[in-house]
Design a protein around this ligand. Structure first.
Ligand SMILES: *Cc1c(COP(=O)(O)O)cnc(C)c1O
Length: 464
C-alpha cells in the first residue's frame, strides 16, 4: 500500500509516536505491535534494503530486533527486554558508554536552559569547547570549526585545505586505498570504496589514492605530481583505517608521511573521527607516534553517545583563511549548546576516568584473548588485530564471519557483522567495558567458534 498520509493521518502518526516516546515500558502486545510497525515502516518508508541487511544478525532469520533503550553503561535493550553487551559501540560512538550520567546530566541542564543558540549573540559553550579541544589536541591545532557529523568535519577539512592551498597553486589531494571519510560528494572523493563511489562519478577532480601504509608509493606520487605541476595540496589519512577493516599501518608510516608533507609544503589532514577520543589507547591515535597534523577531524564519540557533533581543528596558519570572512564555511546547527555540553562532558569523563589508558589495557586483554582463539581455530579465523579498543577479527570467509556474528548475537553480544561484508568483524566496545565484561565477550567468542566448528564437523560427516 503506497498511500500518502493526509494531514489528519499524519497527526495520528505523531500522536501515536509521542505516546510511545512517553512510555518507559511496553507490555507484550505493545511490544509486538511496535516491532510489526517498525518493520512495516522500514519496508514502506525508510528503505526495505535495511531489512534484508539487518536480518544478518537475528536468530532464526527473522527480521532485525527492534531497539528500545540503553541498558546499563555498556549494554542496550531491545523491545523484548533482551539485553545486549555492546561490542559494536555504534561503530565508535559509545566510548564513554550508553547514557553516561555525566554527559546526560550536562545535556539535561543545558536543555533546561537553552538547547540551540540564537545564531547572533556569542555562544559561550562553543568557545569553551574550542578552547578545551585546542588544549587537548597535539601540536599547534588552535582553532576549531564545529559541525554535526564526521562527514561534515571532513568536508570542512577539505575546504580549509583548498582555501589555503589554491592560492599556492596546489590542487591535488592524496588519500589511501581502503579509506573511509564519509559519503558527501567532497568526502566521498577521498573515500576509496568503488561501490560507494561509482554511482556518483565524476567526483571532485584532483583526488588520488595510494596504497595505505606504503610510504614509497606516497613518495612516488608526490614526485610525479611535482613533475606534472599537479602539486599536492594535502594528504588525508585515518591513522588506523576503521571502516576499511581495522588496518594498522606499519610503525613509522605516519611520521614519514608528515615528513614528506613538510618537504613538499603539503598539509596533513588526519581523520580521527573513529580513532579519536581515546579509542586506540591515546586520546588521539596520532599521539602514538607523536605526529601533529595541520588539520584534525573529530566526530562520532565526541558527543558522548548522546549528541551528534563534529569538529575540525586546524593550526592558526591554515584556519586563518576563514578569518576575513567567517561565513565562508558555516552550518546552522554546528556547535550548538546541547552538542557542546555533551562534548565538554565527554572529554571530562575521558580525562577524569583515564579512559584512553583503560582502552589500552582492556583492548590488550581482549586482543590477547582473540589471538589465543585465532590460534586454536585456524581453520575459522585468519587473525585478530587492533589497537586499544579498536579491534577486528578476520575470518576465513564471509559465511564464517556472518555465522560468528549471529552466534554472538544469540549470546547477547553485539558485534558488527553484515551479510554483505562479514569476513572481518569489528569489535569496538565502550571504553568503559569492565574486566568481567571482557571475559564475558571472550567466553562468548570461544563458545561461538566452538559451535561453528561443530556445525562444520557435522556437515563434513554428512557429506561422507
Ligand atoms: C564514520 C566515519 C566518518 C563519517 O562520519 P559520519 O558521522 O558518519 O558522517 C568519517 N571518517 C571516518 C574515519 C569515520 O570512521
Amino acid at each position: 500500500m503506497n498511500r500518502l498520509p493526509s494531514g489528519a493521518s499524519a497527526l495520528a502518526c505523531t500522536a501515536h509516536a509521542l505516546n510511545i516516546i512517553e512510555k518507559t515500558t511496553l507490555n507484550h502486545e505493545e511490544m509486538k505491535a511496535l516491532n510489526r510497525e517498525t518493520i512495516e515502516n522500514f519496508q514502506q518508508h525508510v528503505n526495505p534494503g535495511f531489512l534484508e541487511y539487518r536480518k544478518s544478525v537475528t536468530a532464526g532469520g527473522d527480521y532485525g530486533a527492534v531497539e528500545w533503550q540503553a541498558g546499563s553503561l555498556n549494554t542496550l535493550v531491545d523491545t523484548q527486554g533482551q539485553e545486549f553487551l555492546d561490542c559494536l559501540g555504534g561503530f565508535g560512538i559509545f566510548n564513554v558508554g550508553h547514557r553516561n550520567p555525566v554527559v546526560v546530566s550536562a545535556v539535561e541542564h543545558q536543555l533546561a536552559k537553552q538547547p540551540l543558540h540564537s545564531q547572533e549573540l556569542l555562544d559561550p559553550l562553543r568557545a569553551m569547547l574550542a578552547r578545551t579541544l585546542a588544549t587537548l589536541a597535539p601540536g599547534k591545532l588552535q582553532y576549531c570549526f564545529f559541525s554535526n557529523s564526521g562527514t561534515e568535519s571532513v568536508e570542512a577539512a577539505l575546504k580549509l585545505a583548498k582555501a589555503y592551498q589554491s592560492p599556492r597553486g596546489k590542487y591535488t589531494f592524496v588519500a589511501a586505498s581502503g579509506a573511509f571519510h564519509g559519503k558527501s560528494l567532497g568526502a566521498l572523493s577521498a573515500t576509496a570504496k568503488a561501490t560507494f563511489r561509482k554511482p556518483f562519478m565524476p567526483l571532485l577532480p584532483g583526488f588520488r589514492h595510494v596504497p595505505f601504509g606504503n610510504i614509497d608509493a606516497m613518495r612516488t606520487l608526490f614526485q610525479e605530481c611535482k613533475k606534472t605541476g599537479d602539486d599536492v595540496a594535502a594528504v588525508i589519512l585515518e591513522p588506523i583505517q576503521g571502516e576499511g577493516g581495522v588496518i594498522l599501518p606499519p610503525a613509522g608510516y605516519l611520521p614519514a608521511v608528515r615528513k614528506l608533507c613538510d618537504e613538499y609544503g603539503a598539509l596533513l589532514i588526519l581523520d580521527e573521527v573513529q580513532t579519536g577520543m581515546g579509542r586506540t589507547g591515546k586520546m588521539f591515535a596520532c599521539e602514538h607516534e607523536n605526529v601533529q597534523p595541520d588539520i584534525l577531524c573529530l566526530a562520532k564519540a565526541l558527543g558522548g553517545g548522546v549528541m551528534p557533533i563534529g569538529a575540525t581543528l586546524a593550526t592558526e596558519a591554515v584556519f586563518s583563511v576563514l578569518f576575513d570572512n567567517p561565513f565562508l564555511h558555516t552550518t546552522t546547527f554546528g556547535g550548538n549548546p546541547l552538542a557542546c555540553a555533551a562534548a565538554l562532558a565527554t572529554i571530562h569523563v575521558l580525562l577524569e576516568q583515564n579512559l584512553p589508558a583503560q582502552a589500552e589495557q582492556k583492548g590488550q586483554l581482549l586482543l590477547d584473548g582473540f589471538n589465543i582463539l585465532a590460534r586454536e581455530y585456524p581453520h575459522l579465523v585468519v587473525e585478530a588485530r587492533g589497537k586499544g579498543m579498536l579491534m577486528a577479527i578476520e575470518f576465513c570467509d564471509n559465511d564464517i564471519g556472518y555465522q560468528f556474528a549471529s552466534e554472538m548475537f544469540r549470546q547477547r553480544v553485539l558485534v558488527a557483522g553484515t551479510l554483505n561484508n562479514s569476513k572481518t568483524i569489528r569489535i569496538e566496545p565502550p571504553l568503559t567495558l569492565s574486566a568481567e565484561q571482557c571475559d564475558q565477550v571472550l567466553r562468548a567468542a570461544r563458545h561461538a567458534l566452538n559451535s561453528l566448528q561443530e556445525t562444520q564437523r557435522q556437515a563434513a560427516t554428512e557429506e561422507e
